[in-house]
Write a protein that binds this ligand. Structure first.
Ligand code: ADP
Length: 182
């Protein structure tokens, strides 16, 4: 079974939900950069104060900052992990490659959660997180298309990509993912 996984897809595709189910079932580490950043904001740390405005506008936090977070949280013990929300651009891909080479833990599979844009917008507005208003959603989708979507092609060329239809029942999607990672 694959141990080093990445979830790719637009905001609202269900990456966090599916990564949580899978990490719990396998005792893998679930590394969500968005979640870790939100924790920093809630704990009123210096880092949290630095990123709060950026996140609430729907923009990307600096590559340097997220890299520090990833390095700090990626396990040195050899337990499986699921990356969720990182990398988000090609520069982050390169940094991640360096980190993983050093750890000798190569990425084994990338799940691309695909979903129509209308469904995404509805889901995000229903979720109602602080950065889930119409204006911010628009910004996040634009950034996703411009900077994150090219990563699909990148991982496809490395033969790491697995396509998941993420518009459907949560359990069916989860079953599909489990079958593909076996
Ligand atoms: P979503 O996928 O719904 O946008 P996330 O929890 O993944 O939610 O991310 C929330 C916010 O956190 C992003 O809009 C961005 O501001 C910041 N963020 C998360 N991951 C990264 C990253 N890898 N690089 C830069 N910013 C990030």
């Amino acid at each position: 079974m694959k141990k080093h996984l990445l979830f790719l897809g637009p905001p609202g595709a269900g990456k966090g939900t599916q990564a949580a189910i899978l990490s719990e079932a396998n005792a893998y580490l679930h590394l969500s950069t968005g979640e870790l950043l939100r924790q920093e904001i809630d704990s009123h740390t210096l880092l949290g104060k630095q990123v709060k405005g950026i996140i609430n506008k729907g923009e990307l936090v600096s590559d340097q900052l997220v890299l520090e977070i990833v390095k700090k949280n990626l396990n040195k013990e050899n337990k499986g992990w699921i990356l969720d929300g990182y990398p988000r651009n090609l520069s982050q891909v390169n940094s991640l490659n360096d980190v993983l080479i050093k750890l000798n833990q190569p990425l084994e599979i990338v799940f691309y959660l695909d979903i129509p844009e209308e469904v995404l917008i509805k889901r995000l507005l229903m979720r109602g997180r602080k950065d889930d208003n119409e204006e911010t959603i628009k910004t996040r989708l634009e950034i996703y298309k411009k900077t994150t979507e090219p990563l699909i092609e990148y991982y496809k060329n490395l033969s790491l990509l697995q396509y998941i239809n993420a518009d459907g029942d949560l359990k069916n999607i989860s079953t599909d993912i489990k079958q593909k990672m076996a």
